[in-house]
Each structure stands twice: as C-alpha cells, then as structure tokens.
Design a protein around this ligand. Structure first.
Ligand SMILES: [Zn+2]
Length: 132
C-alpha cells in the first residue's frame, strides 16, 4: 500500500487518479508519458465521475501549476548556484532541462490537484468500484 493511504487526497493527486473513487485514471497514458500528454478521459472509467464539471474548469489548475513551477524554479536555481557553486548560466541551463522533462508531470499534477480540491472522496463508491 505504501506510505500514503489510498483514501487520502495526496495519493489521488500524485498518482493522477479519480478524485471520487481514487482508482480510475485521469489520463489516457501513464504518468511520465510524452504520448498524448494532455488528453484526459471525459469521465472516470470506473465510477463515471465527470472530469470536466463545467467549461473552463481547469483554469484554476494553471494557478497551481504556476505556484509549483515558480517555487521549484527559485529553489532549484538557488540550490545549484549557492549550494553547489555552479555559475548562473549553468544553473539556468540545468533548470531548463529539468523543467522540459518534468513539464508534463507538473501539468498533470496541477490538474489532478485542482479536481481533487473540488470533488470529494466517496468511500462507498470506491468500495463498489473495487468489488466489480
Ligand atoms: Zn472514479
């Protein structure tokens, strides 16, 4: 089961699972896949939770993405420059490479976090789905 319980929002957010049953996938392809990186299911394949409750629902996810990326970039560059003693240019070069690699994951975690803030976990539904 791991450190984080399946019923917690942290589990669902970082594993990119349905916010209601915590078992259905949010995206078509695996977590770090660069194939169809932005394509989501319309509904949860298991409990039928609507993944886009209203038009423009994921605008809020942009703020989460911005906050994650902003603090990560600041912290990472300061770490490379001040702790490891790399030059500013090298630090930013490494930052760009790391951001290019993790861009898809940050995008997905932001969306997952946003829908998890707005949809409540339903233990009854989760039990029903896992029994099918
Ligand atoms: Zn579900």
């Amino acid at each position: 089961m791991g450190i984080v319980k399946r019923s917690s929002k942290i589990y669902s957010t970082f594993n990119l699972k349905c916010p209601r049953c915590h078992q259905g996938d949010l995206f078509f392809t695996p977590t770090f896949s660069f194939r169809k990186p932005f394509d989501m299911h319309k509904n949860c394949p298991l409990c039928q939770q609507d993944y886009e409750p209203e038009p423009g629902f994921y605008y809020g996810a942009m703020f989460i993405s911005y906050i994650i990326t902003g603090f990560f970039c600041l912290g990472f560059t300061m770490f490379l420059h001040w702790v490891l003693g790399l030059s500013i240019a090298t630090s930013f070069g490494i930052l760009l490479a790391v951001c290019a690699i993790f861009f898809v994951y940050i995008f997905r975690v932001a969306r997952s976090g946003w829908i998890n803030l707005n949809v409540r976990y339903d233990p009854q539904k989760a039990k029903l789905v896992s029994n099918e």
